[in-house]
Design a protein around this ligand. Structure first.
Ligand SMILES: Cc1cc2nc3c(=O)[nH]c(=O)nc-3n(C[C@H](O)[C@H](O)[C@H](O)COP(=O)(O)OP(=O)(O)OC[C@H]3O[C@@H](n4cnc5c(N)ncnc54)[C@H](O)[C@@H]3O)c2cc1C
Length: 391
């Protein structure tokens, strides 16, 4: 069929995989199908499609939702030791999520499921907050979360959604209208790695055993080092330092982030979320003496709703007023997409007959001498070390 009025016209470079089209299709004509790199893309059953165009109207690769213009930034961390320690950064998300749950609201964010896959869950159970807390450096599957959120919004319950900027944009376009009971948080986002690369890496780490749980960023009492931790089905725990992890190296060198991340439109200070959160890299330069060694959140409030939420919870936070340019000074992902690695294609050729570890390490070696990309890689490594090792 020519003149298609559906999402099949979208190129891979524009599709962020947010599932907005999948959620909105009135005929359930769209399924999300894994490509050869392990990312999900919409596939339309043309025999079911009625050319209503709703998938195109709700696509953040085609449309841009309205943005909020407010810009009020803070460095902060949770005063409660437990919340601070059990979050990747300063724990701002955990404090806000708990507040929403106490107001009989619902939270939606990225969680590991039982097979260590990352999916967005919608929940009002405080025990599930533990699963949503902490960063997962892999693309999270939205599934039917947007539809579930709409149902909750229509029952007038408060909803806190948190995800990547494109996932927030996808939700806003799916909903098609403002809801005063919806609060959206987006992350400062480097880009999202392939779920399939992650799954294969877990198989490698487990060896003869199955990885039953993992955590990307762990804080160790009395130590400044950060690790990735894996728990195996024989009860053993393996730890891996950031410096040594081929997965982290491949991630920050952009060997396996999603193609759309290289031309992400959801950067900058004007955002469609109410609050942006990230790591306050370089906080010591701008606010000496404020941070401890457990991580500091950067937050940027973009809307009246964002400011109201901050006012509600600020007594549970240690905080200092900051400026968004300070947040972005060591965090270029606030402003611009990452560069495509010229060896990305080689990685996805190699991974067919090599392990992820081998593929990453081989490309690293052969990358030496490429001045521009080496400089970029060094900058990124320095960036991640700053936050993870707090140098
Ligand atoms: C792929 C990715 C890239 C990132 N890149 C940067 C960066 O370049 N600079 C920076 O400052 N911060 C980045 N972050 C954010 C950072 O790692 C922390 O998540 C953030 O600082 C929040 O910390 P916290 O302590 O408040 O909450 P935490 O408890 O650490 O984080 C929990 C929150 O993160 C969300 N989340 C976790 N994993 C995912 C995921 N895969 N997809 C969508 N949402 C997720 C959860 O829904 C929840 O809201 C990135 C996060 C991800 C997932």
């Amino acid at each position: 069929m020519n003149n298609k009025e559906n999402i099949s016209i979208l190129t891979k470079e524009k599709c962020c995989g947010c599932h907005s089209c999948y959620n909105i299709c009135p005929k359930k004509a769209i399924s999300m199908v894994k490509d050869s790199e392990g990312f999900l893309y919409p596939r339309v059953s043309e025999d079911k499609c009625i050319n209503c165009g709703k998938c195109l109207q709700s696509c953040p690769g085609i449309k841009l939702p309205e943005v909020n213009l407010f810009d009020e930034a803070y460095a902060c961390y949770a005063k409660r030791e437990e919340e601070h320690f059990s979050s990747s950064s300063g724990g701002f998300f955990a404090v806000l999520a708990k507040e929403i749950l106490q107001e009989n609201g619902v939270i939606c964010g990225a969680a590991f499921d039982d097979s260590v896959k990352v999916k967005h869950i919608v929940t009002d159970n405080v025990l599930d907050l533990e699963k949503i807390k902490k960063t997962k450096y892999v693309q999270s599957t939205i599934g039917q979360a947007y539809s579930q959120i709409k149902e909750m919004l229509l029952t007038r319950r408060k909803v806190l959604f948190s995800g990547t900027p494109c996932q927030v944009a996808g939700l806003k376009l799916y909903l098609g209208q403002d809801y005063d009971n919806l609060v959206c948080i987006d992350l400062i986002c480097h880009g999202v790695p392939s779920p399939e690369v992650f799954a294969r890496y877990l198989l490698e780490k487990g060896g003869e055993h199955k990885v039953t749980a993992m955590s990307f960023r762990n804080k160790h009492p009395g130590s400044r080092s950060r690790t990735l931790d894996y728990w195996l089905d024989n009860g053993e725990k393996i730890s891996e330092s950031y410096d040594e992890s081929p997965y982290i190296k491949g991630f920050i060198q952009n060997l396996f982030v999603r193609p759309s991340c290289f031309q992400c439109k959801y950067k900058g200070i004007e955002r469609c979320s109410d609050i942006t959160i990230g790591d306050f890299l370089g906080v010591d330069e701008f606010h000496p003496g404020f941070s401890d060694d457990k991580g500091t959140s950067a937050i940027i409030l973009h809307s009246e709703k964002g400011i109201q939420m901050f006012e509600k919870i600020k007594n549970q936070l240690a905080y200092v007023e900051a400026a968004s340019h300070e947040v972005g000074a060591w965090n270029p992902c606030l402003y611009k997409p990452v560069d495509k690695n010229s060896r990305r294609k080689d990685f996805f050729e190699k991974w067919n007959n090599k392990t992820i570890t081998e593929a990453v390490l081989e490309l690293q070696v052969s990358n030496k001498g490429s001045n521009q990309s080496t400089r970029r890689v060094n900058f990124l490594l320095e960036k991640i070390k700053r936050v993870l090792y707090r140098r």
